[in-house]
Design a protein around this ligand. Structure first.
Ligand code: NAG
Ligand code: NAG
Ligand code: NAG
Ligand code: NAG
Ligand code: NAG
Ligand code: NAG
Ligand code: NAG
Ligand code: NAG
Ligand code: NAG
Ligand code: NAG
Ligand code: NAG
Length: 678
């Protein structure tokens, strides 16, 4: 019980202190803000959640009243005649939309009634009306803060404080301001400045002296009142009167606000605690022009700038990720990658992701954002739009190839003369790098043999086991990639066709890599399964010997170019074909297998197409061992044919080509490059 009582006691104190620390009687009260204040509000008057008493909001021609709900006793009962001394003070602000135009004002009112429903707004401030203005039966006393000059009420100006008795015509008035302590000089204040101001009204019942003082907040009450008047209020006041505020607006949008108010009969009104007073609304005499002249243009410029930035970014994004997509490609959509995905996968085709640069373009490593799978993206530039359609069709159909010795083509993307082909990523890179690079240890024979057999199997699949014959056209060490188990896989098939399409058939260009070109290919320009076999033969020799098809120097042979096939043939003729093997192989090789591969290589690279085996036969030889090789194959036979093949070459203008392009040997040596022979 005791605790309960204590709780309510504390609560009571708390409420008192926080909201309206009212005195013990109704004869004294203090409102530092009006949260929870017991007031009768009429018209548009309201108390904001923050506790500001807004008599008029920014609305034209309206009134607002706020009065204490019960009358206060003003009579001195000891003599029954005189009026008790009283004192009141309030903090207010007049905030107008236009800093120079406001109206009409605020009045502190002591009135026998709180019903102002018949009063007029405007210049009557919501207190009186035309018919009762000046009638002594009104018994109304008011301190007006008038912001409009009304000649009918003999107003001195549009910014004055006045004492009104029963009439809006003031008994006494003064321009708004205060007399500074010390100097005693009148300092003007502007009521409509939006500034927070304070008024003190003090009446001495015995002396019948009324003082009215005005000052800005925060400022101590000036000693000299703005107005001081000798008035016998006993003749005006009834025994008990209502006290409160009245305000009205005219044609200007004005907030008339009271921030705090205290009142006391007998004794000075309690001081207001400024730190508790609710702030005035921002809407703004001085603020407005700043908003309009500085903030608004800046803000709109900012908005425009942001909008432009968004547009530019959107356009740039569109440009950045733009791709070519035509109607006919829609059927390939499962094989079609978006440029954005590839761009993201390769970190914007950054150089750091570059895996290599080949004859057809640059290859980047990528990580597809959707599937998180590693891919290699080959970027090929093409010039003619002509033929691209057929080419894409072919690429898409090649995407259906499935073989463990073929690099899986996942799909493609196309934009602005660039074609991007997406392949499975081969972690061990190209065979060319391992074979001719400085990497130690080099490849052992078992791995080389497995790679050769793998490539043969892949090629067989392309030539014979798939639904249509696919001619690879560019078999070479750099187009053989190694998967994570060091299996050889053929890559880049069909790409050579890109440069074939779009040129007319009469002058079909030869595409392939020097050193791997079959003689008849150079002559007729027609690629076939047999020209692939030729290239495979050269490839097999290259892998076994660790030398490029056309090796320049490094062998001590008078700086002569070394044609690999001729060189191997020479060894065979001497009866020591296995000696042509890569010296790096040292001892751990199977001599039988090396001989088999070298002989098969020579057979495949036979200058006469008809003498070359098919890939099926080649695979069978590789599986069956040396015994399976045709008995009739003798070095002399090969020798003869090679000469014939060379004669064939020379008689057909291929020599001219070699002469007219002196850089051919360097091109051929850098066997990563593909050359296109016109
Ligand atoms: C407000 O004051 C009136 C008159 O004194 C009284 O009747 C009423 O109960 C008070 N209301 C509140 C909420 O205090
Ligand atoms: C002013 O108050 C009245 C009555 O409460 C309301 O109808 C009006 O919308 C208010 N005007 C503004 C500008 O707040
Ligand atoms: C009331 O009037 C008497 C005599 O006129 C005076 O002595 C007394 O102080 C007054 N009381 C108050 C509270 O003003
Ligand atoms: C307000 O009045 C002052 C002085 O008369 C003038 O300089 C100023 O331009 C006026 N401002 C507006 C917004 O009318
Ligand atoms: C003026 O106010 C008085 C008192 O409130 C009322 O009796 C009178 O009818 C009003 N006159 C007009 C014209 O509204
Ligand atoms: C003053 O008001 C009273 C009551 O409303 C009325 O009887 C009287 O005629 C008025 N006097 C004048 C001069 O209008
Ligand atoms: C103060 O205001 C009055 C009336 O508007 C004017 O006559 C006077 O010159 C002003 N004084 C100063 C110092 O501005
Ligand atoms: C009114 O002001 C005068 C002059 O400053 C002062 O002597 C007097 O005591 C004041 N009266 C009241 C009731 O404050
Ligand atoms: C003040 O007014 C009352 C009522 O009209 C009157 O009785 C009293 O004598 C007046 N006092 C003085 C000093 O004139
Ligand atoms: C004003 O209110 C604050 C906050 O409640 C308080 O800390 C301060 O003491 C008060 N000042 C006065 C003069 O009462
Ligand atoms: C203001 O005071 C009242 C009472 O003292 C008089 O009755 C009015 O005539 C007087 N009005 C003016 C304009 O001075």
């Amino acid at each position: 019980m005791f605790l309960m009582d204590l709780f309510f006691l504390l609560l009571f104190f708390h409420l008192n202190l926080a909201a309206f620390a009212a005195g013990a009687s109704d004869h004294q009260f203090t409102f530092n803000g009006f949260v929870g204040a017991n007031l009768t509000l009429t018209g548009v008057a309201s108390v904001t959640p923050g506790g500001l008493l807004v008599l008029t909001n920014a609305t034209k021609d309206i009134m607002g009243h706020a009065f204490r709900p019960s009358k206060l006793d003003f009579r001195n009962h000891s003599n029954g005649i005189s009026v008790l001394s009283f004192s009141t003070t309030f903090a207010f602000g007049i905030v107008s939309e236009d800093p120079n135009l406001s109206g009409h004002g605020i009045a502190f009112v002591v009135s026998p009634t709180e019903d102002f429903s018949l009063a007029t707004g405007g210049q009557y401030l919501g207190i009186l009306n035309l018919s009762n203005n000046g009638n002594s039966s009104n018994r109304v006393f008011a301190i007006e803060l008038d912001t409009i000059l009304n000649p009918e009420f003999s107003d001195i100006n549009d910014n004055h404080v006045g004492i009104d008795i029963n009439s809006l015509t003031s008994n006494s008035s003064s321009p708004a301001g205060y007399y500074a302590d010390g100097s005693g000089l009148h300092t003007n204040l502007t009521l409509i400045s939006g500034q927070s101001l304070q008024v003190w009204v003090d009446y001495d019942g015995e002396e019948m002296q009324l003082n009215v003082t005005l000052a800005p907040i925060p400022m101590a009450k000036p000693q000299k009142p703005l107005l001081t008047e000798h008035i016998n209020l006993s003749a005006i006041f009834s025994d008990s009167m209502f006290v409160g505020f009245s305000s009205s607006t005219g044609p200007f949008l004005t907030h008339h606000c009271i921030r705090g108010w205290s009142f006391s009969t007998n004794g000075a009104a309690p001081a207001l605690n400024y730190s508790l007073l609710p702030p005035l609304p921002r809407f703004p005499s001085t603020g407005r022009s700043r908003v309009l002249e500085i903030v608004l243009p800046l803000a709109s410029a900012g908005v425009v700038l942001i909008f432009l930035c968004i547009v530019v970014l959107a356009v740039r994004r569109r440009m950045k990720y733009a791709e070519d997509l035509e109607d006919w490609e829609l059927e390939y959509s499962p094989r079609r990658f978006s440029y954005k995905d590839l761009y993201d996968a390769t970190n914007g085709f950054r150089d750091r992701e570059l895996l290599g640069v080949g004859g057809f373009g640059r290859v980047y490593k990528g990580l597809l954002p959707s599937s998180k799978s590693e891919v290699a993206v080959k970027k090929v530039s093409y010039e003619s739009k002509q033929g691209i359609r057929e080419f894409i069709a072919e690429i898409v159909s090649l995407g259906r190839l499935r073989h463990r010795n073929i690099v899986q083509l996942l799909g493609y993307c196309r934009r602005r003369g660039e074609l991007m082909l997406v392949y499975d990523y081969m972690p061990n890179g190209s065979l060319d790098k391992l074979l001719h690079g400085q990497a130690k240890p080099g490849l052992d024979w078992a791995t080389r043999f497995r790679i050769i057999r793998g490539v043969a199997a892949g090629l067989l699949y392309l030539h014979e086991d798939w639904e249509q014959v696919v001619v690879h056209r560019d078999i070479k060490a750099s187009n053989v990639l190694l998967d994570d188990e060091m299996n050889g896989r053929l890559g880049d098939f069909g790409l050579a066709r890109l440069y074939d399409h779009g040129t007319d058939l009469q002058t079909t260009s030869i595409v392939g890599t020097m050193g791997y070109l079959a003689p008849e290919l150079a002559r007729t320009g027609r690629a076939s399964a047999r020209t692939d076999v030729f290239a495979f033969g050269i490839f097999a020799l290259e892998v076994s010997c660790g030398r490029r098809p056309v090796d320049s120097g490094g062998t001590g042979d008078d700086d002569q170019e070394l044609v690999l096939a001729d060189w191997v043939l020479e060894h065979w003729r001497k009866g020591s074909i296995a000696a042509a093997r890569d010296p790096r192989l040292e001892e751990e090789f199977a001599e039988e297998e090396v001989e088999l591969v070298l002989k098969l290589g020579l057979l495949c690279a036979h200058p006469l197409p008809a003498r070359r085996p098919s890939m099926r036969q080649a695979v069978r030889y590789l599986e069956g061992g040396a015994a399976a090789l045709p008995e009739l194959l003798l070095p002399a036979d090969m020798d003869e044919s090679f000469s014939a093949g060379l004669a064939l070459l020379h008689s057909d203008g291929f020599d001219d080509y070699v002469v007219s392009y002196p850089t051919i040997s360097s091109l051929a040596t850098a066997s990563t490059d593909s050359v296109s022979v016109p």
